[in-house]
Design a protein around this ligand. Sequence first.
Ligand code: ADP
Length: 536
Amino acid sequence: MGKWYSDFLYKYKSGISHEFLFHFNIRDYMDNYRNIDRYIYEEFIKPRNFAIVAFYDISRGLTFLDQGMEREFNIITSNNAADYMHSLPSRIFPYIDKALKNTRMALFIDHVEKIIPSGDIGSMTMEERIALIWLSEWSTNSKISAVGSAIFMLADNIADVSKEILKSSYKVEPVLVELPVEEERLRYIEYLLRDRSVKTDISMDEFAKLSSGLSRKAIKDIKLRAEAEGVPISFEFIKEKKHSVLKKEYGDVLEFIYPEIGFEDIGGMDKAKNYLIKNVVEPIRKGDLRRVPMGILLCGPSGTGKTLLVNALAKTSGFNCVKIDMSRILGQYVGESEKNFKKCLLGAQSQQPVIVFVDEIDTTFRRGDSGDSGVSRNIFSEFLQFTGNTNNRGKVIFIAATNRPDLLDPALKRAGRFDKKIPILLPEEEERAEIFRIMIRKYGFETDITDFTPFARMTENYTGAEIEIVVRKAYEIANEDEKSGEFITADILEEAIKRCRPSTQQVEYMTELALKECDDLDLIPEKYRQRKSTDM
Ligand code: ADP
């Protein structure tokens, strides 16, 4: 039984409501083969003796499960509704109203966002307003609940539906139909592949893990495509499919990251690595999810490896990793952006266990001006709600990075959202030597340098990213120099350092800001600790 179904059943049985709005992954199979309406019909309606089961959407009008039910409906409405079966809500809803109150009726309303679209009341047409009144009043009608009728509304994106209907004066209950979780995907994959008609390069467990964020239908598509092309299902195959699904569903806003680097590929940052291993990786391994922080804020100058750290954490923890590109959300029309944002958050959440990464968060959620230049209040509160949802603890880890923590909206920094603020600062001498080594290895450059300490000494105030530039420059110089033939000598590396100066711009200021933001002395490098404790 899916979580959505138990949520719904609980709300129905405890009398919380008899009108529901199912949203998000509603076009998927709810188990191995059943669509949502069939599932609800077979599991819920059939055993409960409903007299009428009917379906309405504005294109097909009102239809019934069988003719007997249609007859029953016509008797209740004294045959007056017969001409209006294909009409708009204002015409047919009064008859539906009658039936709902007279006999036990189950009514499915699909594409409800086309009937009562979002937007303010002022811009709604008369037809939409009428439908809105019927739909909201049904939810609180005691006759309907006494008779035992139930209404199931369906919408792909809840943000497309008029917010009026979800106001607390009514009792319409939203039910989130999530994408299948790993275990559900595994069961579905076992079911799909049971006939062994396709080969797989990966185990079913791996397939289930890799297919996070995909619906059962998308998983089935993968199988069908592999079958049609006569190729085995592989990592690449799934990756491609996932990419196209994410693109189609969420535009360019959600990016799925396949982390390729681990903690060992990051120079320095011992304190940050240590913290993450002790408080994220190990608790996850032990299944002690309560210890995992809900959110982490990485503060420090650009190019110090914050993104890298998130990648490494994803790889080591085995969590999925998605990046939300807020600038793309903000580039959209105001109404659009809100709707898409909500969907993206659900999309990100559905990849759980997942790390959700937002880079340069200060550019979106600035203090004070969350009105026009930043982001709308609605998006902001959506975001707060998402990051503060404790049900996600241990399953969704939210990580944001910023070089200007001072600009962040204080509401975002309040306790509960970012359990930890980690300063990511310029590398120190030893760390720089390590980064040199890592960079040479990463690019596979040849060199006879064994000790990078002298070069680390020459590169005070360089970020990790700038050391990377130096090393690449050295390779360039080596290539120009005919004698050395791509070989990086000490002289060449020194020359490269001279040619690539660090952009000290604001680095000091950003370091100050990061130190000020961080309240855990254990995470602050020794050399700044003294300063920090006198500050406080
Ligand atoms: P930030 O997110 O802090 O702006 P990034 O993680 O994007 O920085 O770093 C940019 C690049 O610089 C990385 O892709 C990596 O190649 C290099 N880099 C930065 N810091 C380090 C480090 N400590 N160890 C290894 N590489 C680093």
